[in-house]
Design a protein around this ligand. Sequence first.
Ligand SMILES: [Zn+2]
Length: 231
Amino acid sequence: MFTNAVKSIHRGITSLAFEEVCLICDCKKEFLCNECGKNWLHKAKLIKGEAFPVYSKVPYDEVAAKVVLSAKESGLKQAKNLLVSALVETTLELLKSIEIEEERIELVPIPSSRTSQMRRGEDFIYQLTKLTHSKLISVAPLLDIHVKRILRVTKKLRDQSGLSEHERDLNLTGAFHADSKYRNTSQLIIVDDVITTGSTLREAYRALKERNLTVIGAVTTCASQRRLLIR
Ligand SMILES: [Zn+2]
């Protein structure tokens, strides 16, 4: 009788502790319920229209925007986990497509501007990249994969939201440079959370190629719907 009471209390506590509320619809199923999260079940895909391979997974819609924001601004762990899983999948998909199994690979996060880093107290993409790296080596322990912060922001960037595609390109031209002390023969993969116009990834690619580094591609969690639909 006593044990049963304890058991039932224990069940009550654990179910409370693990109760998840959907970020979007508030249903009490999961952090992102099946209905709201259906786009997150898509397979990682190659995005067309860039001069180098870019893999992404989730169409950037209102749901994805809310997940990214919750991870970025509120530091929600479940939201970060969703982004990390997507980055793990896209990275594995990119690696599968080029078959360079025995080479050293380095994940290069897109650097954040100093102001956004100061506001949040952390470099968001770098944190995501580190989490992605730990998960990758746990699912694929034979991968010789590392994280390297080679890129730096060299000029003051305007907030990208609200800028046209052309303005974004102008804003980002010459915005990054690769650490001149960095010399390596590793294969590099650029990591970012979202690709919309692609100007950030192109600028990162340009800065790395300027130093004659080998870039095998880029991975992001989300891509504008237009870009993910183009096959
Ligand atoms: Zn839901």
